[in-house]
Design a protein around this ligand. Sequence first.
Ligand code: DX5
Ligand code: ZN
Length: 221
Amino acid sequence: MSREIRITPSILNADFSHLDQEIQRIAGASDLLHLDVMDNIFVPNFTFDFARSEEIIASSPIPVDAHLMVADVDLIAPAYAEAGCASVTIHVEATSDIRATARAIRRAGSRCGLGIKPGTSIDDYVNYVDDIDMFLIMTVEPGFGGQKFMYDMMEKVSRTRMIIGDRPIWLQVDGGVSLETISAAAEAGADTFVAGSAVFNADDPAAMIDSLRKLAIAVAD
Ligand code: DX5
Ligand code: ZN
């Protein structure tokens, strides 16, 4: 049975001064909108505060997948779920209580993702498979779009795929995903793909999303 594939474009590299229009350009081809929230503490960059995030979530025509790259994640993650996100990802390197925050996110009606930076081992998080709905394996150092895909993360992706087994947990990769790199990520076992610059640097972002999807499906079958 082939794996269900999801493309979740990041707006980090979109034109923030025309965000609504930019989102409209990709909504029809995308499964979820990947919202990169950065606080300039957990990562050396800032994107959206909660008030602006709420506006984006409320006006998004498609479900929102919030990627929280923030230091006070246990405090604000539930609020992103209550604001209507379909999925809220917390980083293991930021949270002080995965189970409690995951429970709060799920109780507020969202799926819960667990983000793993390149330098973090997945093996320390095997016991959380019943608490979460997605693993997010970073294939760049979080903080910026347009970075080079880290092929040495593919072993971790394969290991994560094994850990997931037949559980309904999504396996998302995030960072440097493009026409050149998505097949390697799908081959390693990913089923959910963030793409920022590959999508928004394309002449036709929606067509790019379709091409990325086709490549991932071809491998996942
Ligand atoms: C990086 C973000 C990613 C990034 C993806 O910290 O989490 O979502 O924006 O952008 P690209 O696809 O350009 O690497
Ligand atoms: Zn992200």
